[in-house]
Design a protein around this ligand. Structure first.
Ligand SMILES: Cc1cn([C@H]2C[C@H](O)[C@@H](COP(=O)(O)OP(=O)(O)OP(=O)(O)O)O2)c(=O)[nH]c1=O
Length: 203
């Protein structure tokens, strides 16, 4: 019999229900402690640098309060033609974003940090996924906006929700688009020995 052991106390430094769902689907037990980081205070430079800076800030903010724990922080943005799209502030912004994304390929960047102050451990990385939207009609865009789903999502859509109909193709990690690249995060937790997978009798 093979078992999965979780050896470290894990905290998800996030308000996002999507990140919570992804981590619990991966079979991890963890606490949720959102960071107090104000995203508006961080200047935008490149998508990779920006998402990693925010992921690091979110994780460290929580790690300083809980130095014994392994903390995961993340940040997701959508980028089209080099322009970043965050969360839409209203219907007009959501409409503009969906028009921009219609019929095009864009990139979703998620920066993530895993750190533990007591173990003097810190890793930050970023994963990028290409997402191609179908060409959207006006009624499709209006219908989607009226579902209210776009409003707390980067790029004004949720691939995991009703917005699944918008997406023709993806190239890369699906969970990265939803908000946390689970394959990479789990691989790192195994490497750092926070998670161990072992058979009966193995030390
Ligand atoms: C593109 C896309 C984004 N999103 C979400 C993931 C993130 O929750 C959100 C991007 O905002 P973020 O600022 O990355 O995260 P957050 O504010 O929701 O949570 P926290 O900072 O506390 O960790 O967009 C989807 O749910 N589905 C998608 O298809």
């Amino acid at each position: 019999m093979v078992h999965k052991f979780q050896q470290g106390r894990l905290i998800l430094a996030s308000n996002s229900p999507r990140r919570r769902y992804l981590l619990s689907r991966a079979g991890l037990s963890f606490e949720v402690l959102p960071s107090g980081v104000d995203e508006a205070q961080v200047p935008y430079d490149t998508p990779a640098a920006y998402t990693q800076t925010l992921a690091r800030a979110k994780a460290l903010d929580v790690a300083e309060r809980r130095p014994d724990a392994w903390v995961i922080g993340a940040d997701t943005i959508v980028v089209i033609d080099g322009q970043p799209l965050g969360k839409p502030r209203g219907r007009t912004a959501a409409r503009e974003m969906l028009h921009q994304l219609s019929g095009q390929t864009h990139q979703v960047f998620t920066g993530y940090t895993i750190c533990c102050i007591a173990h003097n451990h810190h890793v930050t990385d970023v994963v990028c996924t290409d997402v191609t939207f179908k060409s959207l009609s006006e009624p499709e865009i209006e219908w989607y906006i009226h579902t209210d789903e776009p409003f707390d999502k980067a790029g004004a859509y949720a691939i995991q929700g009703l917005g699944t109909f918008l997406v023709q193709r993806i190239n890369g990690s699906y969970t990265n688009v939803v908000g946390l690249p689970v394959c990479e995060v789990i691989a790192h937790l195994i490497e750092a020995k926070v998670i161990r997978i072992a058979a009966d009798g193995e030390p």
